[in-house]
Design a protein around this ligand. Sequence first.
Ligand code: PRP
Ligand code: 7HP
Length: 175
Amino acid sequence: MTEEKLEVMLAEEDIRKRISELADLINEDYKEKELLLIGVLKGAVVFLSDLIRQLKVPLEIDFMAVSSYGADTTSSGVVRIQKDLEQSIKDKNVLIVEDIVDTGLTLNYLYDNLASRGPSSIKVVTLLDKPDRRQVEFNPDYCGFAIPDRFVIGYGLDFNEHYRQLPDICVLNQQ
Ligand code: PRP
Ligand code: 7HP
């Protein structure tokens, strides 16, 4: 039987502190503006729900679901919209909220797709970035942590839909 061992990479308290710093930057950059946060389901829900509680600017939220991964830890390279927004983003200040940028394929696709809908501005905040894994160039505007090329779970991130509820971000070692 495969034994799974969890190793904490980023503890709950480190994540909390960094989200507060990201929120300070966003509050400053969007002073006097209104924001539409677009959470990318499902991984970003935990990050988005903690982030919005630190934001002081008027905001709305909406969600999209896209798929680039199957039940695997490697990218299929195919991005599909599985759930679209419930509203037009024309003339809105859009902030895409992601849990992780890995190959960059998801955000590369999503950014271009949303940019073509006529928002007044569009930026990306990601909690995690794995720059070593990039297949297409993509630079998030705000990033919580750049991490090494390890498969991580917890704080919204899954392995085969499990572990999203862990408060820490952990590396899953299978032995
Ligand atoms: C994960 C993550 C990003 C994407 C990043 O989503 O939430 O959306 O992969 O990978 P990329 O940069 O290589 O494209 P996933 O498809 O696993 O869905 P989930 O959020 O529902 O877990
Ligand atoms: C997607 C993803 N989901 C969970 N953990 C990771 O390390 C991941 N990279 N890309």
